[in-house]
Design a protein around this ligand. Structure first.
Ligand code: MF3
Ligand code: CO
Ligand code: CO
Length: 352
């Protein structure tokens, strides 16, 4: 005897009598039965993904009060795979980096010359992948297509895309459009003429991470948007120019904030630059705003990022229900640039 299936609605254990008509049409039987119209309706938002119907993209956060015009466009594509022979960071399977947790509270690492060589290789790959991604930007392509390009370019070079499953992040890079400050998830949203798009690439190669990002103009961007992008790039350049042994990590913020505010922009406070080497994120913390209390002084052999996020309006953020995408609270645009930097005896070397 065939047992009646159970309702596919979460937390409902009733016997199911109804089947989703779309599933019937598509011949999909898994997860397609419901006990009632009510459960069917309640589950629709997530159930729809079962259809795998990329021709009818939908907003998974329909009732969320978005700050600006951008919407999430689901379903996300299936998780991409990394060949067995590529060495992975410790969170690749578990989602949680034990080594990063263990390192909390540790001093800033001074890398040996051999370690510096390792970090340089990872950073060179990271830069190559960012440039390749940037060159493939086209109006009408989706950010998920960009993610596929990034993923394939990364594994072709024998590297693991650091974002993939880092704290359960679902994709291989971050794509942050317009009002998204950072950590946008590549999805089915097609790029539109006039968008500004940040692509943030991180690669793990033979034990070391590299991290770099840039904001790119999609088609014709208005002058205000171009100015935002240019000033943000200048903020990073000015901060990098100040890197040398003896410089305090707390002092980069003033350089960045002075240049941003002089141009009528604000500086994001919730996300900071970070140490990076065998760990993706570690000491030091590098705030991009003035009057911060960051600990530590630049020493030869330190590797860290500076990655200012600069906004047209307010600096405060609003998190989407996906737990990752951070937009500005007022829905106005934000731009970002990032490099991984090595402190040398005499100054700085940009590794990305
Ligand atoms: N690349 C980002 C940074 O600059 C981190 C992304 S973490 C992810 O620090 F999980 F969102 F990918
Ligand atoms: Co970073
Ligand atoms: Co980054």
């Amino acid at each position: 005897m065939l047992e009646k299936p159970l309702c596919a609605s979460i937390e409902c254990k009733n016997k199911a009598h109804l089947q989703c008509p779309t599933c019937v049409k598509l011949g999909k039987n898994g997860e397609s039965f419901f006990c009632s119209q009510d459960c069917f309706k309640k589950s629709w938002g997530s159930h729809k993904a079962v259809h795998g119907d990329t021709k009818s993209p939908y907003d998974p956060f329909k009732t969320f009060k978005y700050a600006g015009p951008l919407r999430a466009v689901y379903p996300l594509s299936p998780r991409r795979t990394v060949p067995e022979e590529i060495s992975r960071p410790d969170y690749a399977e578990s989602g949680i980096s034990r080594s990063e947790l263990m390192s909390r509270g540790s001093d800033i690492k001074v890398l040996t010359p051999e370690e510096i060589e390792g970090a340089k290789k990872a950073c060179a790959i990271t830069r190559e992948v960012l440039e390749l991604a940037a060159k493939s930007i086209r109006v009408g392509m989706t950010t998920d297509e960009l993610d596929r390009i990034v993923h394939e370019a990364t594994i072709e070079r024998g590297a693991y895309p650091s974002p993939l499953n880092y704290n359960y992040f679902p994709k291989s890079c971050c794509t942050s459009l317009n009002e998204v400050i950072c950590h946008g998830i590549p999805d089915q949203r097609p790029l539109a003429d006039g968008d500004i798009l940040n692509i943030d690439i991180s690669c793990f190669y033979q034990g070391f991470h590299g991290d770099t990002n840039g904001t790119y103009l999609v088609g014709n961007v208005d002058e205000a948007g171009q100015k935002l992008v240019n000033v943000t790039r200048e903020c990073l350049e000015k901060a990098i120019a100040a890197v040398k042994p003896g410089m305090r990590y707390r002092d980069f913020g003033k350089i960045i904030e002075d240049h941003a505010t002089k141009n009528g922009f604000s500086v994001v406070r919730a996300f900071v630059g970070h140490g990076i080497h065998q760990l993706f994120h570690c000491a030091p913390n590098v705030p991009h705003y003035a009057n911060n209390k960051a600990i530590g002084v630049c020493k030869p052999g330190h590797i860290f990022t500076i990655e200012p996020m600069i906004c047209e309006g307010v600096h405060q953020e609003l998190m989407w229900p996906d737990g990752w995408t951070a937009t500005t609270k007022d829905g106005k645009r934000s731009a970002q640039f990032e490099h991984t930097l090595l402190v040398t005896e005499t100054g700085v070397e940009i590794l990305t």
